[in-house]
Design a protein around this ligand. Structure first.
Ligand code: CU
Length: 136
């Protein structure tokens, strides 16, 4: 190869590489798994992982989850609304855990160290409840 041709080739390659990464970046944004996509259902065909609970619309999914002691549960707000993960039943907070407001796209974690049945609810939404059953 003639040395004088090297530099333009390198410049063209660099431009192509830059365009590739720009395109990649746009693609990621366009396919970012959807919360707040307008219909209150951010599923897009996906499922919560084994230790995950999603807030979809005005419900917890799955509403009932059984895990072993020491498991950390992740709640992810896949809806377009603010929710809470608040321990207790019949809308009475038992002060074990409370996420505070979780905005769309936000997450909350809690580790269940002891076996038992743990009811929880969402403060803004009557009827939005869930249960974590912890086995030893
Ligand atoms: Cu809620």
């Amino acid at each position: 190869m003639n040395p004088s041709n090297r530099t333009p080739g390198l410049v063209l390659f660099s431009i192509a590489l830059a365009l590739f990464f720009i395109a990649l970046g746009c693609g990621e944004n366009a396919t970012d798994p959807g919360f707040g996509n307008g219909n209150g259902d951010g599923n897009n065909g996906e499922e919560p992982g084994p230790n995950e609970v999603w807030m979809v619309g005005q419900s917890f999914s799955p509403a009932n989850l059984e895990v072993e002691e020491g498991t950390t549960i992740t709640w992810e707000n896949r809806s377009g609304e603010v929710h809470t993960v608040t321990s207790g039943s019949n809308r009475n907070h038992d002060n074990l855990f409370d996420s505070g407001n979780i905005s769309p796209g936000g997450t909350y974690f809690y580790t269940f160290d002891d076996a038992g049945t743990y009811d929880y609810f969402c403060i803004p939404h009557a009827g939005m409840t869930g249960t974590i059953t912890v086995t030893d």
